[in-house]
Write a protein that binds this ligand. Structure first.
Ligand code: FES
Ligand SMILES: [Fe+2]
Length: 390
C-alpha cells in the first residue's frame, strides 16, 4: 500500500495516531480537522469521496422527472427520479462548456435543457439534443458523437430512502457497507417506510464542522444538561452505547415514551415487532455523515451536508411505518413529533457551536474521552483517523 499522504494529513500523522490508541489513552481529532479550509478539501477527496457518503433522500425527488441539485463540499451533483421511478445521481455539469446544469429543484417535463446553448439530456443522462452544433439550423456535426457526451453518472445506492454516493467508484460493495445496520434493525421492513409529508421535514444550519454534529449525536452523556425535557421520558440511565463494526456508533434507549397527544392517541407501530422494541429507540450515526433514529412507530434520517469547515446543514426527514399515520387524523401528532425533534436538535446548537469555537484554542489538543461514556465518539474519531491515514 502507498504511504503517500496529502501534506495536510501528513502534518497531523502523530496526532491521528494518538486517536487510534485505546480509549483511556486516546485524544480526539486535531483542531485543524475541524477548522481548516485546506483540510476540508483534502477530507472531501480522501475520505468522503472514497466511501459511501449520504447526499440526500429519495423523498426530495418523489415523482418521476423530479430534479434536485445537491452538493458535497462544493461538488455539484444532480439527484433525479427517472420515468421508471429509479433514483439516479449525476455530476451536475453540462458536457459542453461546463455550466452547472440544474440550479433549483424542479420537475422536468421532457428533457433537461442547459440554459446556455440548449444542449438537452434525458433522465438517463444521455445527450439528446445539440441545436446548431454544426452551425445555424444544423443539429449535428462531423466527428461529434453524442453518445460520448452524456451526463457523467455517479455510483449510488439507496437504503431506507437515504441516497448514498461513492465518487471513487471503488468503495466496497454497498451491500457490505450497509449490512451491519440493516441486520441490527432487521426487525423493521424498509419497504414500509412512508415519509410523513410536508410537516415532517426541517433543516437546521449550524456553525460547526459536520464531524461535531456526528460526535454529539453519538453520545447520550450530555442528555441531563442539554435536553432536560427529553431526559424526563428517556433518561440517561435508560441509555446504552452502541459501537458497531467500526463504521457506525450511537446509543439506544430502553424507555422512549413521549406523550404526543393529550388523549392517548399513538401512531400505528410497525407490525410484528419483538417486545424489545416496545417503548425503545436506537440512534445510530452511520459514518461518515448520516444519522438515523428508529422507534416502534417512526424512523428518521438526518443528512449532514457540510457547507465548509465550520458550517453544516442538517436535513431532518421523518418517516412512519403505516399509511394511516399520514392521514388527517394524525396531523396534530405528526406536527408535535416534528416540533419535538426540532427542539431537541436546536438544543444541541449551543454545544456543537461551542465545541467549534473551542477548537480555535491552541490549548485544546484533542481532549480526552470518558471510557464509560464516550466510546461511540471515540469510535467515530478512530474511523476518521483510519480513513485519513489511508
Ligand atoms: S454549456 Fe451547456 S449547452 Fe453550452
Ligand atoms: Fe443532543
Amino acid at each position: 500500500m502507498s504511504t503517500w499522504l496529502p501534506r495536510e494529513i501528513e502534518a497531523k500523522r502523530p496526532a491521528l495516531q494518538q486517536v487510534l490508541r485505546p480509549i483511556a489513552e486516546a485524544a480526539g481529532l486535531p483542531n485543524e480537522t475541524y477548522t481548516s479550509q485546506a483540510f476540508a478539501a483534502v477530507e472531501r477527496d480522501e475520505v468522503l469521496a472514497k466511501t459511501w457518503t449520504c447526499i440526500g433522500v429519495g423523498h426530495w425527488v418523489a415523482q418521476p422527472g423530479d430534479l434536485r441539485p445537491v452538493q458535497l463540499q462544493g461538488l455539484p451533483l444532480l439527484l433525479l427520479r427517472d420515468r421508471e421511478g429509479a433514483l439516479r445521481v449525476f455530476h451536475n455539469v453540462c458536457s459542453h462548456r461546463g455550466l452547472k446544469l440544474v440550479t433549483a429543484p424542479c420537475r422536468a417535463k421532457g428533457l433537461i435543457r442547459c440554459p446556455y446553448h440548449s444542449w438537452s439530456y434525458g433522465l438517463d443522462g444521455a445527450l439528446k439534443a445539440t441545436p446548431f452544433i454544426g452551425g445555424p439550423g444544423t443539429k449535428s456535426c462531423e466527428d461529434f458523437d453524442k453518445a460520448k457526451h452524456g451526463l457523467k453518472p455517479v455510483r449510488s445506492a439507496v437504503w431506507c430512502d437515504a441516497v448514498f454516493v461513492d465518487f471513487s467508484g471503488e468503495a466496497p460493495a454497498f451491500e457490505d457497507f450497509i449490512a451491519p445496520i440493516a441486520a441490527r434493525w432487521g426487525d423493521f421492513d424498509p419497504a414500509r417506510l412512508r415519509h410523513g409529508g410536508a410537516d415532517s421535514s426541517f433543516t437546521i444550519e449550524i456553525g460547526c464542522n459536520w464531524k461535531l454534529a456526528v460526535e454529539n449525536y453519538c453520545e447520550a452523556y450530555h442528555l441531563p444538561w442539554i435536553h432536560p425535557a427529553l431526559n424526563q421520558y428517556s433518561r440517561l440511565e435508560d441509555h446504552y452505547n452502541i459501537a458497531l463494526d467500526g463504521h457506525m456508533a450511537g446509543q439506544g434507549s430502553t424507555a422512549y415514551r413521549p406523550s404526543l397527544s393529550g388523549d392517548g392517541r399513538q401512531f400505528p407501530a410497525h407490525p410484528g415487532l419483538p417486545r424489545k422494541w416496545d417503548g425503545a429507540a436506537e440512534y445510530l450515526a452511520l459514518f461518515p455523515n448520516v444519522l438515523f433514529g428508529v422507534h416502534a412507530d417512526h424512523f428518521y434520517t438526518v443528512v449532514l451536508e457540510p457547507l465548509g469547515p465550520a458550517r453544516t446543514r442538517e436535513h431532518f426527514e421523518i418517516y412512519y411505518f403505516d399509511e394511516a399515520a399520514l392521514g388527517d387524523a394524525f396531523a396534530d401528532l405528526r406536527a408535535t413529533n416534528t416540533r419535538q425533534w426540532q427542539t431537541v436538535f436546536e438544543e444541541d446548537r449551543g454545544v456543537v457551536e461551542g465545541m467549534q469555537a473551542g477548537r480555535a484554542s491552541p490549548a485544546f489538543t484533542g481532549g480526552v474521552f470518558s471510557p464509560a461514556m464516550d466510546g461511540p465518539t471515540h469510535c467515530f474519531n478512530q474511523w476518521m483517523a483510519r480513513a485519513l491515514l489511508g
